[in-house]
Design a protein around this ligand. Sequence first.
Ligand SMILES: Cc1cc2nc3c(=O)[nH]c(=O)nc-3n(C[C@H](O)[C@H](O)[C@H](O)COP(=O)(O)OP(=O)(O)OC[C@H]3O[C@@H](n4cnc5c(N)ncnc54)[C@H](O)[C@@H]3O)c2cc1C
Length: 431
Amino acid sequence: MARPTDVEALRDELKTVGERGLITRGLGRSYGDPAQNAGGTVLDLTDWDTILDVDTAAPNVRVQAGISLDRLLRALLPLGLWLPVVPGTRQVTVGGAIAADVHGKNHHVDGSFGNHVSEFDILLASGDIVTAAPDGDNAELFWATVGGMGLTGVVLEATIQLKEVETSYFVVDTDRTANLSQMLTALETGDDDYTYSVAWFDTATTGDSLGRGVIMRGNTASREALDPDQRRAALEFAAPQRGRVPFELPVGLVNRFSAKAFNALWYAKSPRHRTDEIQDITQFFHPLDIVGDWNRVYGPKGFCQYQFVVPFGEEAAFTTIVETIAQSDHVSSLNVLKRFGPGNRAPLSFPISGWTLAVDLPVRAGLDALLNHLDQLVLAAGGRIYLAKDSRISAATFAQMYPRLDEFRASRARFDPTHTFRSDLSRRLDL
Ligand SMILES: Cc1cc2nc3c(=O)[nH]c(=O)nc-3n(C[C@H](O)[C@H](O)[C@H](O)COP(=O)(O)OP(=O)(O)OC[C@H]3O[C@@H](n4cnc5c(N)ncnc54)[C@H](O)[C@@H]3O)c2cc1C
């Protein structure tokens, strides 16, 4: 692991790189191997975390790429500014958000992170620093880097367009649905009224209640929507953390029995229909950030997160996939469903118009066979899996899911002909 402190030290890393190459790492929040490089160099960029400029009129912000979204949001909120796209954890860097082209609960309205980056400076394998923007001379480099999993160069600084907000709160409506088709219909017909929309659902119950779930949708709250106490600190950043899970639990707290019970309990305790509830950032956006190291509850064997998207019109295939999970004896308790709007111009960006589901499956015998089967169902429906969550798909299946892979490979060959930038993921998937 190298922690270069300035551009010259970074260039030295490029000059002395070994045959296993080098990859940049943000906060390591990808679930698989894109920021790992066995036998090679990993560049830790998290000390590159300065806010360089805030233009409140534009509004936009210029930052070093190692800054976390958490730190950035804490600095921006008091100014009434908010990031356009925030994923399910704030503990990711701007560089990681660009490289995975992350999405939030507002993809159906705002698209993904790369849609809001107006330019960045990137250090190429040649040692040159190039400014790239979505249009113009370096547009190819820009879009290959968005979603490009760190394989085009090191993003050093970026300018991000911001949203204006009156408060740090959200007005949230919650609805419980009895089964999957009810849920899909409710999301399809109701989402236009909300900027942020997400659904949790039960992937353990089969039959008539298959896919029963809870939809949580909201918009940023105006000052008038708050009570007087909240109004006094309307732009305060409230993000409590309630303890950590011990580093090494000898066994997982989550097994298929407890996960099934959790699914049933969550459904039962959720309100049937509740409107206009005021929630803070952590309640609405990042419930997992409340518990540090929440992932340790799965024990030393850990879990595998599987996120896929299938296009609209493939609801039957989507239902078959949910059924396949429910009928297997692998149980996930964290199941997140969202609707994606149209994708962007980046060849490896994950989102396409359609339904996306993420599940957390504890690792145990038979999981690989189940996921290989799901891959084929997703592929047959014209869908794809998300690289930031993947650690196991085969290169052949991945290539079929991403028809623009050759375009990405051509760009990579152009900007990094000797493949200085490499990772375990790039070798595994022959990117
Ligand atoms: C609890 C949780 C919830 C999540 N929810 C979502 C979600 O809702 N939506 C979503 O889209 N994702 C989500 N993710 C995934 C996460 O947003 C991505 O994996 C993100 O890329 C992680 O950023 P990072 O800084 O940790 O990067 P890392 O995981 O360290 O690296 C990810 C990639 O970014 C590259 N990279 C990092 N910095 C740079 C740089 N400066 N220049 C070039 N390349 C760089 C790395 O090489 C690597 O390929 C979630 C992850 C967790 C743990």
